[in-house]
Design a protein around this ligand. Structure first.
Ligand code: GLC
Length: 550
């Protein structure tokens, strides 16, 4: 593996409280996760991204911290966490944690102190204003659940800014002390042994909020500062950020100093996510081809993180209204499946009608595209959602381990569970669980293991250059290639349902014994690449040539 480990990583995202409960209190915990590390190692995961682990009133699933230097007692202790890092390390698995510092919980001692008096040493850690700002009903991230971005605090006798929910007051990043404190928080966790951070809400962290200006300036220098700090403390630490902004604004988040990224190492590719959904809905690869073409050129060391599902709704806000409606019509036909007017609160397997071939196609495509793949827990067994739960909780149900009560997640009485397990219908735990799939070599889980192993043998996907193979293709088919020092891979994905034949003979001059390394079924040998059969929803990952010249 190259020095830039994150370019060849397979990231698995999970929330400890819904993964595995070791002590029977109904809440998943660190010890439970430790007990499942072998499962993750076998799956082929090389990095775990933990959703927030800090003490929290949990009004936004932990994205509202009250102490950045500790672990929520529901999950365990700092000692347990250190053990987790050790045990994960033994298995070659790195751990990154969510760094949620755009805001704190309103219960955080800093905010409690800040609101108590204008003379509090923490007053200026938040963003206050005396008079109601005229733009206070603009810029809400959760429309419908939140109707303002400035709220009046009676104790403080002033208005405070909160880009997200009212109980998440924004920290004031123009205050040097806040910036220093955030760096100290990163030092603390790096010292314990994490390999980096998933930076929550990056565009809002760097916002220099001006009351009355809905388009306040941003201070990108903080990202440079943070990168330098983190890299100084741990050279191979990675910053993976959520910055859901227009693609042409993304390069500045990576930063560029003499051709190398000097701010964030990785950004989630939200644009590609939306385009993938559109492509799957239309059974037409054009939106993905556009996305590949429109991808801004990255400086050295910068990397995309690709995903189909994460812990939030699928955000389709970067699509046009018409495109969004196409995706809604296919994958979220009921109003109850939508969220904030822009997204879908479902898991992928259910969106794709639990069609195994379609699910494989979608994930094979994601994992073969440029960047580092991020997989959300439960997707590898094809879990569904519970639409009777509120908002994003629908897709945050406990991991389904077995046929046992509570899906083997916990031995607590069902009413004590952090969230109910899915126990009905096609996605109920009796039908969808790890134990059943572990026994079946044809299961989705077994497929994910195979696919991830294949990916790990093809480092050019993560570290190389990906491009569309622009030759005539039957409708529905995407052909792309990845080139790197280790060789060349070619990929065919049929987003449509018709069986087709594909001509890739333009690659023949470069080919050295081309072979299929991952396919949806057994196809005749690759031969001269001129008449490759491809089933409806079929895919072929072809190693075109391999170089040992590295
Ligand atoms: C990010 C997280 C989301 C959270 C929000 C506020 O968008 O992904 O889950 O609610 O930030 O921290």
């Amino acid at each position: 593996m190259g020095d830039r480990w994150y370019q060849e990583a397979v990231v698995y995202c999970l929330d400890i409280d819904t993964f595995e409960d070791s002590d029977g209190d109904g809440v998943g915990d660190i010890r439970g996760l430790i007990g499942r590390l072998d499962y993750l190692a076998r799956l082929g995961v090389t990095c775990i991204w933990l959703n927030p682990i800090h003490p929290s009133p949990n009004k936004d699933d932990g994205y509202d911290a009250t102490d950045f230097y500790n672990v929520d007692p529901r999950l365990g202790t700092l000692g347990d966490f250190a053990e987790l890092l050790h045990q994960a390390g033994n298995r070659g698995i790195r751990v990154i944690i969510d760094l949620v510092v755009n805001h704190t919980s309103d219960q955080h001692p800093w905010f409690q102190s800040a609101r108590s008096s204008p003379d509090s040493p923490y007053r200026d850690w938040y963003v206050w204003v005396e008079e109601a700002p005229p733009d206070r009903h603009q810029g809400m991230v959760f429309p419908g659940e939140q109707n303002e971005t400035w709220s009046y605090d009676r104790t403080a006798k002033a208005w405070y800014y909160h880009r997200f929910y009212k109980f998440q007051p924004d920290l004031n990043f123009s205050n040097r002390k806040v910036r220093d404190e955030i760096k100290k928080i990163t030092s603390f966790w790096l010292q314990l042994g994490v390999s980096g951070f998933r930076i929550d809400a990056a565009p809002f962290i760097i916002e220099l909020t001006e009351p009355g200006n809905p388009d306040s300036p941003k201070d990108f220098e903080f990202l440079t500062e943070l990168r330098q700090h983190v890299q100084w403390r741990r050279a191979d630490a990675v910053l993976l950020a959520e910055a859901n902004v227009e693609p042409d604004q993304l390069p500045v988040y990576f930063g560029d100093s003499g051709g190398s990224a000097n701010r964030l190492h990785m950004l989630f590719d939200f644009m590609l996510n939306g385009r993938l959904m559109l492509a799957l809905a239309r059974q037409d690869p054009e939106p993905v081809i556009d996305a590949l073409r429109d991808t801004p050129r990255l400086p050295a060391g910068a990397q995309w993180a690709t995903f189909l599902r994460n812990h939030d709704e699928i955000d389709l806000s970067r699509l046009t209204a018409e495109q969004r409606n196409e995706v809604f019509a296919q994958f979220g036909p009921d109003e109850n499946m939508h969220l904030y007017g822009r997204g879908i609160r479902r898991r992928l397997a259910s969106m794709l009608g639990n069609d195994r071939r379609h699910i494989e196609l979608a994930y094979a495509l994601q994992f073969s595209l440029r960047g580092t793949p991020v997989l959300r827990y439960g997707e590898e067994i094809g879990m569904g959602e519970d639409l009777s739960l509120r908002g994003r909780e629908a897709i945050r149900t406990p991991m389904q381990w077995s046929y046992k009560e509570n899906a083997g997640f916990s031995s607590a009485p069902a009413e004590k569970l952090v969230r109910p397990v899915i126990d009905k219908g096609d996605f109920g735990y009796e039908k969808v669980n790890v134990t059943a799939q572990r026994r079946d070599p044809r299961s989705l889980l077994a497929w994910f293991e195979r696919m991830i192993r294949t990916l790990r043998e093809a480092p050019e996907i993560g570290s190389g250059t990906t491009s569309h193979i622009d030759v005539p293709m039957p409708p529905g088919v995407l052909a792309h290639r990845a080139d790197g020092p280790t060789g060349t891979m070619a990929f065919l994905h049929n987003l449509g349902t018709e069986d087709v034949e594909v001509d890739l003979s333009t690659l023949q001059p470069e080919a050295d014994l081309p072979i299929d390394v991952l396919t949806d079924r057994n196809y005749p040998e690759v031969g001269k690449l001129d008449s490759l059969k491809l089933a409806g929803y079929g895919y072929r990952w072809i190693r075109v040539c391999r170089s040992t010249d590295v």
